[in-house]
Design a protein around this ligand. Sequence first.
Ligand code: ADP
Ligand code: MP5
Length: 274
Amino acid sequence: MTAEPPGAGPVRTAIPPRVLTVAGSDSGGGAGIQADLKAMLALGTHGMSVLTAVTAQNSLGVMGAWELPLEAIRAQFRAVVDDIGVQAVKTGMLASSAIVETVAGLLAGLAAPVVVDPVGVSKHGDALLAAEALDAVRIKLLPIATVATPNLDEVEQLTGVRVTTELEMRRAAAAVLEFGPRWALVKGGHLAGDAVDLLTDGAEEYWLRSVRHDNRHTHGTGCTLASAIAAHLAHGMPVPEAVASAKEYVTGAIEAGFPLGAGIGPVDHAWRWR
Ligand SMILES: Nc1ncnc2c1ncn2[C@@H]1O[C@H](COP(=O)(O)OP(=O)(O)O)[C@@H](O)[C@H]1O
Ligand SMILES: Cc1ncc(COP(=O)(O)O)c(N)n1
């Protein structure tokens, strides 16, 4: 056999890993599906989406939210999975217990790691998950998560554990693990001081610490972090490395966050390219 001379055959490009976000749309482009797809592109993956809800949203808040029919959610999922394939999944805004249960049912049959960001409220305090859906998140969604990434408000809503110091994050993570995710990443972004997150599977413990960037343009931090973890998992990284790399990525994106509109601007997903 002789090797083909360069340029003789068809041009082949490597196929990037495929990552699916199951989340809501943020019309302002800072959080939700839009943030997820940007993070996935920036980290060398092909992003795909199952839209659960549409929000009218900008830097000032959420002006309206509309859920998609369950049938539309199932159809988007089947279209992507049956033809294209999925190497990792991220879930975000799921709005209602019916959507949480539908999505959990679909993901239970998928052989891919699932990053669950149990989105509760937006940075402006607007509810993105109905109170009646908390039990479905606890009982149906968290058990199938490879990594669950609650912020401190979501931890309190889901487990009742209120965190005011870094060390209390340990008790919060243990309470999250009781619902069955393989790993819990408790995000300390809402505490004062360094931005510290705790990752644990109950045996290993990793403290992820970064300086707090004094930047109010933090719209989309949680979505971006969870999507970055999913992207790294799709590349085949083990969970602790995937989370550490994702933390580094979101920290840079926050540092580079920029003002858009009159309120809280977005993080910069393209910071490594600028
Ligand atoms: N001002 C900041 N500077 C640096 N990192 C931050 C800042 N705010 C949040 N983070 C980090 O951003 C990620 C998302 O955290 P957080 O903002 O708590 O989540 P959410 O968007 O779900 O509320 C975490 O890694 C957190 O530590
Ligand atoms: C559609 C949608 N999904 C999620 C968030 C949370 O945003 P953040 O990542 O800033 O907590 C949001 N504001 N809108």
